[in-house]
Design a protein around this ligand. Structure first.
Ligand SMILES: [Ca+2]
Ligand SMILES: [Ca+2]
Ligand SMILES: [Ca+2]
Length: 219
């Protein structure tokens, strides 16, 4: 709580009477709430317009809540592919086609569609594309099993890799189920991540795959 006190002698009130006090209150408390202005007016009135003042307990302004993108996705936890960083191409992603081919969720170049089972997945992935995130790892670092929910129409192997602060940390290779929305889960184990907030980049060595999310489970 913050204690605030305002006091003005009669010399600061431009003219006696309610109109003068109202003007003084409006001017002096312009940046304050209506409730505080009303309280100031009551004090002024009860003191015969000798003081325009108020002593109040005002709650401290709440800490500015930062969006998760700025503080990092807390791990262990789930990182949704479609929730890549704000900031546009070169910051949040690299995508080879202009616009969002799936037309869902975000209006940038990353291609996003509704995923069976709820939420969204990144699709229309070409080899060489990447997505960036911020992650928050417990102090001292931790080791994770990273499980990707992925799909591909071809029954072939697809690979993408994880890079923390531009250093390779893991790769995940899976075999497509034959259905763009036929989801499978594929894990990488023993993925060691340094403590603190870091940049995580997913690099798609192969295209023609869909990615819904990554789940980081502490080992
Ligand atoms: Ca695109
Ligand atoms: Ca794409
Ligand atoms: Ca998703």
């Amino acid at each position: 709580m913050v204690r605030r006190f305002y006091s003005f002698s009669t010399g600061h009130v431009p003219s006696p009477g309610e109109a003068g006090v109202l003007a003084a209150v409006t001017d002096a408390f312009a940046d304050d709430s209506l409730a505080l202005r009303q309280l100031a007016l009551r004090v002024a009135t009860s003191s015969g317009f000798r003081y325009v003042g108020a002593a109040v307990e005002a709650p401290e302004a709440p800490a500015d809540p930062s969006p998760p993108e700025e503080v990092g996705v807390a791990l262990p936890g789930t990182l949704e592919a479609e929730d890549y960083l704000e900031g546009g191409p070169g910051v949040g992603y690299y995508d080879t086609t202009p616009g969002n081919e799936g037309g869902e969720y975000r209006d940038e170049d990353v291609d996003i569609q509704a995923a069976t089972g709820g939420g969204f997945n990144v699709g229309w992935i070409d080899g060489g594309e990447w997505l960036a995130y911020a992650i928050a790892v417990p102090e001292g670092g931790a080791t994770f099993t990273v499980t990707a929910r992925v799909a591909a129409e071809a029954i072939e192997e697809r690979t993408f890799s994880l890079h923390v602060d531009d250093t390779w940390v893991a790769a995940i290779t899976f075999t497509g189920s034959g259905d763009w929305q036929g989801w499978t889960e594929q894990s990488a184990v023993g993925v060691e991540l340094p403590g603190g907030v870091h940049a995580l980049k997913l690099v798609f060595e192969d295209g023609r795959m869909n990615l819904d999310r990554l789940t980081f489970l502490a080992e």
